[in-house]
Design a protein. Sequence first.
Length: 264
Amino acid sequence: MLYILGKAGWLLAQPGNLLVLVIALGALLLFTRWRGLGRLLVVLAALVALAIAFLPVGDWLLRPLEERFPPLSDLPPKVDGIIMLGGAVNTVITESRHQPTVNDHAERFIAFADLARHYPSAKLVFSGGGPELESGNFREADAARLVLQWMGMDTSRVIFERESRNTFENVVDSKALARPAAGEIWLLVTSAYHMPRAVGLFRAQGWTVIPDPVDYQTAAGKAAPDFEVDFQDNLDKASLGLKEWIGLIANHWLGRSQSLFPSP
């Protein structure tokens, strides 16, 4: 039930969806005695849309998340295991087109395969399960297997966790399969903006991991733009960032993460 409520809540809270709902509600109110409130809602939605279009709101939300854990520049001499979190493959299109289809976060696959070659004796885990709100036999892990095979990787080395539906379940279900021992060195591969939330969940489950953040959405330092007029790109980034901040707060509130904003 908590999972369903979370998905439904985010469906309404997504910036794009929320803007459409506010505009629609405001437009409807214009034809009622509450037309003043309707005008206010339409104007407010227009101002928010302009801010998203002309200001790097998404970058402001994402950059603190992406800079929380530094890139893994020096690889450990020995690694016992590597785990990659799902979210980089389109399960529906992969199944229907019978061809592996990745999304904007495919860097996770590239980093995972590269680390697997670098550490030929390490345990490998991919974590990603069923469709978000419906059941099905073809899971994200099945699509990921096809992607990794396409990349020339020996998938017989990989433990595919295929039941989890969110990051919390990624950690719990993968730990049950991988059984990491105390003192083992594990690398965690996921998007940089997602790393703080993921690390907090791993730590709360007693699974120590070394973050390997990839798939950056923002530029660093002076390369970061102050203004970028691109409504769709800014809206996508704002949605990514807002979802992570909400997830951080929710996980801490639910006791799934000991820290509100996990740090190195």
